[in-house]
Design a protein around this ligand. Structure first.
Ligand SMILES: Cc1ncc(COP(=O)(O)O)c(C=O)c1O
Length: 383
């Protein structure tokens, strides 16, 4: 593998972000296979590279979009559809999962029947005024204990308010289609899913008893990827979810999920180059040509701890790996176990860097960030 990577470096330079579309397809298919009842809406925010959207569109994926621009990234593949097909696609395969949408976005999507989430009364009023064609999903605040990224401090209706918010939507003449939650990203504590499903089920059945015909449950994202060997297997989570769906909900409801990380994290690898080496307070600092303002932005926004592997062998010691900018905040890790004999011009690689990395990379300090290259881009039958 290392030789192949070095050939790519010769061809493209560094930093180099290598995205494998076969792996994206494999992850999508695994998700579908392990959760056969669930419609998979790829959360575009995890990595909005257009080619990923295209690969997943060709696979038949649905999409979770957070903004009008993300919506347009999907829309470009359906713009040639006739009106009826287009309407059907937007209704069936796109969800606006951001519980807060600006008025302009709502106005623009009103011509369709979009599926949108909400968690407060002001949003309901806005939807009523600017996009009353929408189907609504109420998002609950659920436990996100132990998840790498928590969600519930910013999103979700309090459980005690949920039934009232459903009632208020119907009173305004809007239609609530179902209930959603997000247990936090990279959720390795599966009790979060169990509790969220139990709360959802109670609210779902109470609403139905009141005559509100909800028919959809959206289990959000959070599906963990194997960053380290302690992460429990997805198969285990899928078995738990499948049995809870059966136990808690009628067979005829639709179940949706919004996986982001699970689809793309393991599909990318980054090669960086050592551009400086210094000993600071006795520790080796490797300065590389990518950092937290660029592809390693997940260290900040995603609370991610990246891994580094050297191409060269050598006696290992604890080193710092830091980014290229003139900012002392740009430290990727202070505890990478790397050979101490690496020099300027040597390369490192980082696996599982496909999610929440290039998506939030900036151009800070004039650095462009990594070049993205694609492996296995066309679907196999089109090769
Ligand atoms: C509403 C919503 N859905 C889905 C996702 C994707 O989550 P994950 O990458 O954990 O699967 C996110 C991530 O922030 C989100 O905010």
């Amino acid at each position: 593998m290392k030789d192949d990577l070095l050939k790519l470096v010769e061809q493209h330079g560094t930093p180099l972000f290598i995205l494998d579309h076969d792996k994206i397809r494999e992850n999508y298919r695994t998700f579908k296979k392990q959760l056969p009842r669930v419609q998979c809406y790829y959360a575009v925010k995890a990595n909005s590279t257009q080619q990923i959207v295209e690969t997943l569109f060709k696979e038949g994926s649905s999409f979770d979009v957070a903004s009008y621009n993300e919506y347009m990234q999907v829309y470009q593949y359906i713009k040639h559809f006739d009106t009826k097909e287009k309407k059907h696609f937007v209704w069936d395969k796109i969800i606006f999962s951001n519980t807060i949408k600006d008025r302009t976005t709502l106005q623009k999507i009103k011509q369709y029947k979009p599926l949108v989430t909400y968690d407060n009364v002001a949003e309901l009023k806005k939807i009523k005024d600017y996009c009353d064609t929408a189907g609504l999903i109420i998002r609950l605040k659920v436990p996100d204990t132990g998840s790498q990224v928590e969600m519930s401090s910013k999103f979700g209706a309090e459980l005690a308010d949920a039934e009232k918010l459903i009632q208020q939507a119907f009173d305004m003449g809007l239609k609530v289609e179902g209930i959603s939650f997000h247990v936090g990203s990279q959720c390795t504590n599966f009790d979060n899913y169990t509790s969220a499903l139990a709360f959802t089920s109670e609210i779902f059945h109470n609403a139905r008893k009141k005559g509100f015909n909800l028919n959809l449950v959206d289990i959000g994202g959070g599906f963990p990827v194997p960053y380290d060997p302690q992460v429990p297997e997805f198969k285990q989570l899928a078995a738990l979810l499948n049995s809870e769906f059966k136990r808690l909900f009628p067979d005829d409801i639709e179940i949706l999920a919004e996986p982001g990380r699970f689809i793309v994290a393991t599909a990318a690898l980054l090669i960086s180059e050592i551009i400086g080496k210094a000993r600071r307070d006795g520790k080796i600092f490797y300065h590389i040509n990518d950092g937290v303002y660029h592809t390693f932005s997940g260290v900040v926004y995603d609370h991610w701890i990246p891994n580094f592997t050297a191409f060269k062998e050598g006696e290992k010691e604890i080193c710092a790996v830091v980014g290229p900018t003139c900012d002392s905040f740009d430290k990727i890790t202070l505890s990478a176990e790397l050979p101490g004999n690496l020099e300027v011009g040597d390369f490192l690689y980082t696996e599982n860097i496909g999610a929440y990395s290039t998506a939030s990379s900036t151009k800070f300090n004039g650095f462009d960030g990594a070049k993205i290259i694609h492996k296995n881009l066309p679907a196999p039958e089109e090769k």
